[in-house]
Ligand binder design. Structure first.
Ligand code: SAH
Length: 332
């Protein structure tokens, strides 16, 4: 009953009369396999400099209207320390593909942060196998790299000068190297089909991902997709719920993009299969410049107060805040 076929996934995605059943079912599976705990991961957006030109992303190199910034390695480590002091058990380092951060510089940052008794996640895009290996040896625990879409033609259109095969190889290498692997997709890209979303979900299962991040596409005014229709919140929620039902014991964040489209988006996501939130701990003068899409709600997210409020919201829906690192506990 749990393992839907491709056709069943497509039917469920198409049929909105099934939505409450789907969200409740995903919530039950979440409760059964990962329990009541919500894991908070402190996100540091350490550089908005990027060599790529992803058509949907506000940080694409061709956008000349972004004020670019890069935190110094010392500031990155300091921000991570502050986050660990207020109770974060995981630090996520995210950036554009910024060549300043060489293997050596990153290994050093990783080694320093690992002194703070935290799990460490990287989300810095495509690197060589040897880089990934070195980061792992320096102590990185997890890596997030969304496949974005498994539709190869759509992938090529969205990512000028990038190769789908290369993205796929990155995903495989990271898994082989023993990282906890996070991948995921965008929902609502122009020309994206329901069939390809079903393929994305099946890809998550096949790649044995440990975490899946799903977010609606939000058009950024300084990109070629500025006039495109934005992704649908409910459809993104459905892709997420189906992912919970099929992959069961993995970690699934209630993504910030969901909160952008719905003021209660992250709480709704927590009640439809998600069990992770990634609050922004970057100082706001930088976080506001890390505009992958507009109206990011997390720009004010970096204070102790924000964390308290969030925790209260989580408790109010009968969930608890996890005190451990929040690694995937595989049930099979
Ligand atoms: N450079 C890193 C991190 C990218 S930012 C990498 O390549 O993995 C993290 C995620 O933000 C991306 O994987 C993408 O799925 C999402 N994103 C980018 N632009 C977006 C937009 N306009 N709307 C919604 N999500 C977006």
């Amino acid at each position: 009953m749990n393992d839907f076929s491709r056709k069943e996934i497509i039917d469920i995605l198409r049929d909105d009369t099934l939505n409450s059943w789907l969200f409740n079912y995903a919530d039950e599976i979440r409760q059964k396999y990962v329990g009541n705990e919500v894991h908070l991961r402190g996100l540091i957006e350490f550089s908005n400099i990027c060599k790529n030109a992803c058509k949907y992303c506000g940080l694409r190199c061709e956008n000349k209207n972004v004020e670019r910034y890069r935190l110094t390695p010392d500031d990155i480590v300091k921000t991570a320390f502050e986050a660990s002091k207020i109770g974060y058990k995981t630090i996520v380092l995210q950036s554009g593909e910024d060549a300043f951060f060489s293997r050596k510089i990153l290994c050093n940052i990783i080694e320093n942060i690992k002194n703070f008794d935290v799990a460490l996640t990287l989300s810095i895009g495509e690197r060589s196998f040897d880089d990934y290996k070195a980061f792992k040896e320096s102590g990185a625990d997890r890596y997030l790299i969304r496949i974005e879409t498994t539709d190869k033609n759509l992938y090529s259109f969205m990512h000028p000068n990038m190769e789908f095969e290369n993205r796929l190889n990155c995903v495989k290498s990271l898994k082989d190297l023993g990282y906890e692997l996070g991948t995921g997709c965008l929902v609502g890209l122009p020309e994206q089909t329901i069939e390809s979303l079903a393929d994305d979900i099946l890809f998550f299962k096949e790649s044995d991902a440990d975490m899946i991040g799903i977010g609606p596409f939000i058009p950024h005014p300084q990109t070629p997709l500025k006039d495109a229709k934005q992704g649908n919140f409910i459809l993104a929620l459905k892709v997420m719920a189906l992912t919970r039902i099929l992959l069961k014991d993995i970690n699934i964040p209630a993504t910030t993009a969901m909160e952008t489209l719905n003021p209660n988006g992250r709480i709704i996501a927590l009640q439809s299969g998600a069990n992770v939130i990634m609050p922004n701990v970057t100082v706001s003068k930088y976080s506001s410049k890390y505009e992958i899409y507009p109206n990011k709600p997390c720009v004010e997210d970096n204070s102790v107060n924000f964390k308290k409020n969030l925790e209260e919201r989580i408790l109010s829906i009968g969930r608890v805040i996890s005190k451990d690192y929040g690694f995937r506990k595989k049930t099979k």
